[in-house]
Design a protein around this ligand. Structure first.
Ligand code: 9MR
Length: 458
């Protein structure tokens, strides 16, 4: 498929031969990863991450390239963070969180209070002792991560399956029906910056369980219990397929005044059927203004808790599946085979047509920026091209217009958010072969930058 032509703005004309170029792309042309395509729609695209897989370069390469949010898959759960009562261990979760922040990715915290994956000591508590232990746990963990979490799953899976809309029986539930609101008030007191979510499964369509969650959120809103978002896990398979009223269900919750997030998406299957379901989920989220992010529950099929159902967007070798292309297309990006994601993360050939700067020469590097802008915001994709010498690191300098600010950066580290900002490579994309390219991106508020970027080899 031919890539649509791009427009070179006038100011760049005289500068093309100099350090870089500045190109405005049509919206459909601007995004070539899940994260950048979602960002162009004002949303994040995240994945569950397991700390022990981060040393796998295929895994971390895809993670850095494609995703703008991460959820620790198990590392923030009660058994992991408080294995002994009053003794907290954040090492694995901190690894994920700090790495995400370095890479400009948001973090979804998962989960503060849940009937499952409790440490043995908590499983053996009841009554006031358990209530107090829960309050202390929520306080300690939310305080430790204050300022680093975009959204917390404060309470997970507290409603029963089946037709009566009841609360799930659990040791936490038996401490009193108010345990959920106590958890939310406690989380807010510890961290006033994170969005506080209720998260559950089998609530993806309108049914007795989602009706009960809906009533709880409505009640919380009416009584001033702090709740900001509802997570819809969206684990789909042939026994539990994508409901036809998925979008309507997201919308009715959004209408209560909360954000809605798709938090653990996976869809068992393969080929076109699977791809179509992924696209339908994305379209539903994009159609609901307050659906502000999608998280898939793992990267490669082999990373999934349901690996045999091949439910994710990348195959076991890290190659994008049909479901990946469908997701990207539904997010509004074009999938151009010449720029389809590499299986290894670092660099791509310089033949990519869209933003090519002048023929690289000398020992430095050049940078070009393509922008997808809307009223009040923009996403910038920056291409770094090596000169005649292999780069071992690079820094791109850009000046933002007055009143504009960088809100999110991926595949680079930004020195600041306003004015003259330097973007430096992250660990995996500093090395660029002669005349080869690598990309990074950032999202901003205000007007997009219109000056030519500088590029310095390091
Ligand atoms: O993916 C998680 C898996 O590695 C754990 O073994 C499992 C244990 O309960 O939890 C999985 O994640 C769950 C998530 O925390 C909550 N919603 C359901 C997810 C899949 O079971």
């Amino acid at each position: 498929m031919t890539r649509p032509r791009t427009t070179v703005i006038a100011l760049a004309a005289g500068l093309l031969a100099a350090a870089g170029s500045f190109v405005v792309l049509s919206p459909a042309d601007a995004a070539s990863t899940l994260g950048s395509a979602a960002a162009a729609k004002g949303r994040y695209f995240g994945t569950a991450v397991a700390a022990y897989k981060l040393s796998d370069s295929v895994y971390s390469g895809i993670l850095n390239r494609e995703f703008t949010s991460v959820t620790p898959e198990n590392e923030m759960k009660w058994d992991a963070t408080e294995p002994t009562q009053g003794s907290f261990n954040y090492s694995s979760a901190d690894t994920i969180v700090n790495r995400a922040i370095t890479n400009g990715q948001k973090v979804r915290g998962h989960a503060l209070a849940w009937h499952s994956q409790q440490p043995g000591w908590a499983q053996n508590l009841s009554g006031t002792a358990l209530r107090n232990a829960m309050v202390n746990h929520v306080t300690q963990v939310a305080t430790h991560y204050r300022g680093k979490i975009d959204s917390w799953d404060v309470v997970n899976e507290a409603f029963a399956d089946g037709g009566n809309g009841a609360r799930r029986d659990s040791n936490l539930q038996r401490t009193g029906n108010d345990w959920i609101e106590v958890a939310f008030r406690t989380a807010r007191a510890a961290d006033s910056t994170a969005k506080l979510c209720y998260n559950d499964y089998n609530t993806d369509g309108q049914n007795a369980k989602s009706n009960a969650v809906y009533a709880m959120v409505q009640d919380f809103k009416a009584r001033g219990v702090p709740i900001d978002c509802v997570g819809f896990q969206s684990h789909f398979n042939s026994a539990s397929p994508l409901p036809s009223d998925y979008q309507a269900n997201l919308q009715r919750f959004a209408n209560l005044g909360v954000d809605v997030q798709i938090t653990e998406l996976d869809i068992e299957g393969s080929g076109t059927a699977q791809a179509n379901s992924y696209a339908a989920v994305v379209r539903a989220c994009l159609a609901v203004t307050r659906c502000n992010g999608i998280t898939v529950w793992g990267i490669r099929d082999t990373d999934s808790w349901r690996a045999s159902g091949t439910p994710l967007l990348f195959d076991g070798s890290g190659n994008p599946k049909a479901a990946y292309s469908a997701t990207l297309t539904a997010l509004g990006a074009t999938t151009d085979p010449s720029t389809s994601p590499p299986t290894s993360p670092s660099t791509s050939p310089s033949a990519s047509p869209s933003t090519s700067p002048s023929t690289p020469s000398g020992s430095g590097c050049t940078a070009s920026v393509s922008v997808n802008a809307w009223t009040g915001g923009f996403v910038a994709t920056v291409k770094v091209t090596a000169g005649a010498t292999r780069l071992s690191g690079w820094t791109v300098g850009l000046t933002l217009p007055s009143g504009s600010a960088v809100s999110n950066t991926w595949s680079a580290t930004a020195s600041g958010t306003t004015g003259a900002v330097s973007f430096t490579n992250v660990a995996y994309n500093g090395a660029v072969n002669p005349a080869a390219t690598t990309e990074f991106g950032f999202q901003g508020t205000g007007t997009a930058p219109s000056t030519t970027p500088t590029c310095t080899a390091r």
